[in-house]
Write a protein that binds this ligand. Sequence first.
Ligand SMILES: Nc1ncnc2c1ncn2[C@@H]1O[C@H](COP(=O)(O)OP(=O)(O)OP(=O)(O)O)[C@@H](O)[C@H]1O
Length: 312
Amino acid sequence: MSESTLEALGGGAARPAEFGHDALVVCDSLVRIFQSGSVEVQALQGLDLMVDDGEMIAVVGASGSGKSTLLGVLSGMDAPTAGRVRVGRWDLMAVGTRERVAYRREMVGFVWQQTSRNLLPYLSARQNVRVPMTAGARRARAARADELLDLVGVGHVADRRPQEMSGGEQQRVAIATALANEPQLLLADEPTGELDTATAQDVFDALRTANLEAGTTVVVVTHDPAVSAQVERTVAIRDGRTSSEVLRRDADGDVTHEEYAVMDRAGRVQVPREYREALELTRRVRLALEGDHVSVRPDGGARSGSRREVVR
Ligand SMILES: Nc1ncnc2c1ncn2[C@@H]1O[C@H](COP(=O)(O)OP(=O)(O)OP(=O)(O)O)[C@@H](O)[C@H]1O
């Protein structure tokens, strides 16, 4: 690496602020190991993630990549094995059982994929939304439940039980229920997984309404590639780590999607397999700082003239 380029860029002058100090959600080198019998499964392998207050992001990834494990940790239902996880003022590595219950009641709302898991079958929609409410007099709670049902577009099913609603209506009632205590963070694990495309869109719109009108930060895990087109940021998880992010930009009516590799705190970036194969990048590569980018070159050999830029 060229010393003069570093000097010209003023490298190393400023001390970086604490990782994610101004974010609502911070996962720092998060590890979750499951032990089943003699087999150890590393579901999260040093995952880094930051979500700003007011953001709505999608989390995508192949089956088994660790998406549900991440939501389990963020919901306070599961405890990580190592690393750091903070949501608002809550340090989820340090909270005791009682604080964890308070965190789940006050800070997060959760929507599951299985419609039947979200609602109590013997209660009406209005009663379901009221169940988790902790504040306010009886009448105020009923009024608030109706407001939330209206917000997500299902005011018309307030007196119906889940079996008298469509799958999409049940999921929207589930979102209203998850918002009952005005959580700052709403987590949804494949909330549209059991629905057809049109109904899925209604549910997605309800999540977006929660984000835009209630100001709730939303993290939604999905297999649906169309969702990426609807959120500003899609985070991809591979093998228990965040591997790439797609940012949606809307400039003068033109919507573009740009994919970025994610760099962890130690400066590690995963070079996509197709790049490694195209340039035969193997164990050792040459790095060089060149003005406004870093180049990665194969270690000598016939292809040393070729160059691939990975970080701008
Ligand atoms: N309670 C558990 N005990 C043992 N292994 C587990 C447990 N929960 C998850 N795993 C394993 O951890 C890995 C990540 O699972 P996880 O459910 O987080 O993936 P996922 O990305 O949500 O998958 P899917 O899209 O299929 O739901 C998998 O290998 C899974 O088998």
